[in-house]
Design a protein around this ligand. Sequence first.
Ligand SMILES: Cc1cc2nc3c(=O)[nH]c(=O)nc-3n(C[C@H](O)[C@H](O)[C@H](O)COP(=O)(O)O)c2cc1C
Length: 355
Amino acid sequence: MVLYSNSIFNVAGVRDRLFVMFLEKVKKPIVGLAPMDGVTDAVFRYMVCLNSRPSFVMTEFVNVEGLARGAVKKIPAFIFDDIERPIVAQIFGTEVDSFYKAAVLASALGFDGVDINMGCPAKKVEKKGSGAGLIKTPELAKDIIWAVKRGVKDWAEGVTLEEAGVHSDVIASVKVIGKRVQIPVSVKTRIGYDKPITEEWISQLLEVGIDFLTLHGRTLKQMYGGEADWDEIGKAAVMCREAGVMIIGNGDVKSMEDAEARTRDFGVDGVMVGRAVMGNPWFFGGDEPFHGDRVQAARDHLKYFEKFLGEHMAYHTVKKHLGWYLKGFDGARELRAKLMQTESAKEAIELIDSV
Ligand SMILES: Cc1cc2nc3c(=O)[nH]c(=O)nc-3n(C[C@H](O)[C@H](O)[C@H](O)COP(=O)(O)O)c2cc1C
């Protein structure tokens, strides 16, 4: 596994809030890449950062209980390259102790921040009380935030992975590169469980103290349907401003112009974009790709898949990206169909080179 160091945020002695200070300095609007499980893996994030420049990125969510039990198959989700910085590790679960361990681990791996997922609506996540399920248990949500804050602080003050209780199999499979700095803690959540309870819910999160909040303007029940309610995000923005906490709005942002308009109209510090970036690593540059760029992106994605994730992930996971890149030009459909029949990245690259 390759994990890189030398972040400008990890210079020894520099204070913990550098990441947030950095984001505050970034030219407005702040436009981050939203985490998407099964989509924003190390390769796709790398592609995005090569082709345009999001203000920050997040990993796919990683289950803290799995990590605590030594499930090393979760570790590839924490692979990243320096080009992606600032990069935030996202974690989810319900066990407070496991969150503590995961926060120490994320710090040790050199992430620029750690985010707690309180927004995933997937049945298998929510029915265990994690993800957006935590909206129903604010006391547990607060205990989790405390545990993560304690984890990043303990790391900065010198705790080792062994002392923090991180599983020995996990320790054996990672390289510690994180400097002893206290990284920021954030939460990504929704506006409610079955109905919007924005003010009630967000006030609980602000009470504990977080460095920044990302708010998706849908309830859990809405999943991804309907439209994100940006008026609710606007209400949270007022609360965050009063509390001095940065807020990132999320939901249905379609373009860089849209990002700018929503930032201005709803009083947020910036936005995070998910689905509009699928197959569109050029999104943050605001330009439309040419046919040649699309073919090149497919080839590059395959190349970086082999380099970063080939030994950890099945080849077929790449095919959806190829399908998303290769559209809107003559012959795209035929090329996609042929690529779907390939059985390795090498075979797919040869096919692309031959057309
Ligand atoms: C396929 C998929 C996977 C997702 N996985 C995650 C995840 O791992 N963590 C998370 O916080 N949100 C996840 N989300 C939610 C997105 O981060 C984002 O909040 C949502 O898609 C709304 O933003 P958008 O309209 O810009 O896509 C996922 C969304 C999709 C579509």
